[in-house]
Design a binder for this molecule. Structure first.
Ligand code: PMP
Length: 388
């Protein structure tokens, strides 16, 4: 099978797997235990935190381990709002974009039910937010702006540096970035970012481990309660094998960056140039200068074919693709992201997402292109196919 759903999850990098096995096998004591083995485990966690902080160019105390990006995003947003509500009676206001991942979007929807005000800024045809719309949306009670780095459906890269500069010029507004899809794929400095989310399993690490970088001057309250782990901000026994593994995954993601980036650009350019010749498909991802080379989103722009049908047709040829985020693809037929980019219902209901990886070869790309030909032929001949 040809797996092309690397945005949903990646295979463990062999070096990460080695770390995961070794740490699971030998370092099983609870890092919070006071005995020697517990102490050794806690030292390993602190060493990992230090390595990550140096790679991210932040302070060690600013790196907090979580169970994944969904938790990091919830922790950043709900944790900040809780803290603000503890300190002030003013109703807080948050600004996010219409195309945030469900772990940010639905978190804000839930907060709205609790009386928090939320502005959902729009995006243009390329899926990009407009910095002046963010600026115009700022109110006296705005406490948080949360904008993702790279969109998980289209690959669009948001102007994070510009937004960061804007937010840092304002008082008492915090800037959160969901960095899940951009991390290790598109360079980004964390200087003007207050809260930053990373997920392990999108970068060759295991599932169930994530990071929230919380800058020193930012106060958030915990959203779950228990012991004093992670400086009491994220209680629960620390996932040591996860921590050791995400550290290795981050090292690999950042140190091999240029080689991987250049290869993905070549691969993406080859695949997209061939797909552009097919008049039946519209490429929804913006041009490469505005998007990440690991995500290619396209739609079949004639009525009557849905994303699910396309995914099935490819799956029959062993090509594993997806459409929306794995967290929303089972629940909605129309892509919220593509609708926000002003695409019509036909485009928004027939999109597929091809996500690339450094292990994909050019002959894999040729197999994909051949499968596209076959799928188009099958649709043309109106062959019957199963719909799941
Ligand atoms: N944000 C983005 C942009 C994502 O793509 C994902 C994964 N689909 C998440 C957050 C959630 O990540 P996790 O699986 O680690 O909870």
């Amino acid at each position: 099978r040809l797996y092309l759903d690397y945005c949903a999850s990646t295979p463990l990098h062999p070096l990460v797997l080695k770390k995961l096995i070794e740490s699971s096998q030998y370092i099983y004591a609870n890092p919070s235990s006071v005995h020697q083995m517990g102490y050794e485990a806690s030292c390993l966690i602190e060493e990992s935190r230090k390595v990550i902080s140096e790679l991210l160019n932040v302070k060690s105390s600013e790196v907090v381990f979580t169970s994944g990006a969904t938790e990091s995003n919830n922790m950043a947003i709900i944790g900040l709002i809780r803290k603000i509500k503890e300190k002030s009676k003013v109703t807080p206001h948050i600004i996010i974009s219409q195309i945030e991942h469900p772990s940010v979007y639905n978190c804000c929807k839930a907060l709205e039910k609790d009386g928090v005000e939320v502005t959902y800024v729009s995006v243009d045809k390329n899926g990009l937010v407009n910095v002046s719309e963010i600026e115009d949306s700022i109110r006296e009670n705005t406490v948080l702006v949360s904008i993702m780095h790279v969109n998980n459906e289209t690959g669009s890269i948001q102007p994070i540096d510009e937004i960061g500069e804007l937010i840092q010029s304002k008082e008492n507004i915090c800037f959160h970035v969901d960095g899940v899809q951009g991390f290790g794929k598109v360079p980004l400095e964390l200087d003007n970012i207050d809260l930053f989310t990373i997920s392990g399993h999108k970068i060759g690490g295991p599932k169930g481990i994530g990071i929230l970088v919380i800058k020193e001057n930012i106060e958030i309250s915990p959203i779950i309660f228990g012991g004093s782990q992670e400086n009491s901000i994220r209680p629960g026994t620390t996932n040591l094998p996860g921590v050791v593994s995400i550290t290795e995954a981050i090292k690999i993601a950042l140190l091999d960056f240029n080689k991987r980036f250049n290869y993905l650009v070549e691969l993406y350019t080859y695949i997209s140039s061939q797909i552009k010749k097919k008049k039946e498909f519209t490429i929804n991802s913006p041009k490469l200068s505005l998007s990440s080379p690991h995500i290619l989103n396209l739609s079949y722009h004639q009525e009557g074919i849905t994303s699910a049908q396309l995914i099935n047709l490819f799956a029959k040829r062993g090509v594993i693709l997806s459409s929306q985020s794995a967290c929303s693809s089972k629940s909605s037929k129309l892509s919220r992201v593509l609708m926000a980019m002003s695409h019509n219902e036909v485009i928004s209901s027939s999109s597929i997402r091809i996500s690339l990886h450094e292990t994909m070869t050019f002959s894999d790309a040729d197999y994909l292109l051949q499968s596209i030909e076959e799928v188009l032929e099958q649709i043309k001949q109106k062959k019957r196919f199963a719909i799941n």
